[in-house]
Design a protein around this ligand. Structure first.
Ligand code: FMN
Length: 394
């Protein structure tokens, strides 16, 4: 008799557990389907962070997007978010920054969740493994990330095949390709020029990335003479092509005033005039108020602790280029007001990366909705009115 009672109690308990398990799965499914931002930032992402190492979690995110397992965003881009830059029409100004999808696997999934443009890479000419693991650290208390990936890349050939397929299936979606150099390459200018030749016929824009802190000597390519050589060689490669693909330069936030003036001097000159700047890459600096135990890890810091520094660098470059060279602003953007801050400082478009790690995919819709709402509230009809407005007020 007692055996029967025990068994039926155990069965009940099992059923209860199965039911609540199924309930949790259904509830999570509904929250994912409904792009529930709060559920992502307070349940899904913290749970992921508890159970998965940062690089494993990142790979899982890329695979999920590659297989298009997330529902398409139901947010329809309002007309006030559309903007024309580099001769391209963006339905919204929010892009995914380089480094999230280094090998062009997840572009379609990233457009699905609402990004106005996707930048893949950095891609190096030859495949290379990057630095040893661990090389990615979450600074949860600071909402920051430190990485020292060191350009792990499947290389031009593999990425080119993917970019071809992606563009053939999505000719209208905007895809940028961020170019890197191989760690052991003796000639950086040739590596970038090769990238221009390989991806120029397909990409909507290209980025010369001379600002990642994890490839020895890379950031010194931001010096005046090195830059002339790199940009000159890249522009020469482009001039031999039938299509004039926009070429952008991505810079670091750790530049001195002299460094910034040198860069501006080069890109303001017709011979080396590029089509845009991306400001900024990660920082090697460590603000004093960081709390995370990972803060002493070497590598580039991104996320909230980078926000102010990046905005300040955008402001400086906008001034130095008299607002004539469009800027993509990136660094510590988590919400609509961060996006507005970057645009008022001079950014025509913005990108995010670290916010995806803490807030998950709904952050894209959150930024767009908050930006659009704030514009309507302040009777700003077009992003053009916002871009660089700080400078017009002075
Ligand atoms: C893990 C990781 C990898 C990155 N890899 C690249 C890269 O390969 N090329 C590049 O130009 N920037 C790379 N970045 C820099 C980002 O594109 C971006 O400039 C920076 O993270 C600041 O934006 P955020 O604060 O929104 O993350 C990487 C950033 C992170 C966090």
């Amino acid at each position: 008799m007692t055996m029967v009672i025990k068994r039926s109690a155990a069965t009940k308990l099992r059923n209860l557990l199965a039911l609540s398990g199924a309930g949790t799965v259904v509830f999570t499914g509904i929250c994912v389907y409904k792009e529930n931002a709060k559920f992502y930032s307070s349940v899904i992402m913290p749970t992921m962070h508890k159970i998965l190492e940062p690089e494993t979690a990142h790979n899982l995110a890329v695979t999920t997007l590659e297989r298009r397992l997330l529902p398409k965003s139901k947010f329809k881009d309002p007309e006030n978010l559309s903007v024309n830059v580099f001769g391209l029409k963006f339905s919204n100004p929010v892009g995914i920054a380089a480094g999230f999808d280094k090998d062009a696997r997840a572009a379609c999934g990233l457009w699905d969740i609402g990004f106005g443009f996707v930048e893949v890479g950095s891609v190096t000419p030859r495949p290379q493994p990057g630095n040893d693991q661990p090389r990615l650290f979450r600074l949860s208390e600071d909402q920051g990330v430190i990485n020292r990936f060191g350009f792990n890349s499947e290389g031009h050939d593999v990425v080119l095949a993917r970019v071809k397929a992606i563009k053939a299936a999505n000719p209208k979606a905007i895809l940028g390709v961020n170019l890197g150099k191989n760690r052991t390459s003796p000639d950086a200018a040739q590596d970038y020029a090769q990238g221009v030749k390989v991806f120029g016929p397909l990409a909507d824009y290209l980025v010369i990335n001379v600002s990642s802190p994890n490839t020895p000597g890379l950031r010194s390519l931001q010096g005046r003479e090195e830059l002339k050589k790199i940009i000159g060689t890249a522009l020469e490669a482009r001039s031999q092509m039938t299509r004039k693909v926009p070429i952008l330069l991505k810079v670091a936030p750790d530049l001195s005033e002299d460094d910034r003036e040198d860069i501006a001097l080069v890109v303001n000159t017709k011979e080396w005039q590029i089509d845009g700047l991306i400001v900024s890459n990660t920082t090697t600096s460590r603000p004093k108020n960081l709390e995370s135990k990972w803060q002493a890890e070497s590598g580039g810091l991104s996320g909230r602790p980078l926000r102010e520094k990046s905005t300040q660098t955008i402001r400086e470059f906008y001034k130095l280029t008299q607002g004539k060279i469009p800027i993509i602003g990136v660094g510590g953007i988590f919400n609509g007001s961060d996006a507005i801050e970057k645009m008022q400082a001079g950014a025509s478009l913005i990108q995010i990366y670290s916010a995806m790690a803490f807030e998950g995919p709904p952050v894209v819709t959150t930024i767009k909705a908050e930006l659009s709402r704030a514009m309507a509230h302040n009777q700003v009809d077009s992003l053009v009115e916002l871009i660089g407005s700080d400078h017009r007020m002075q």
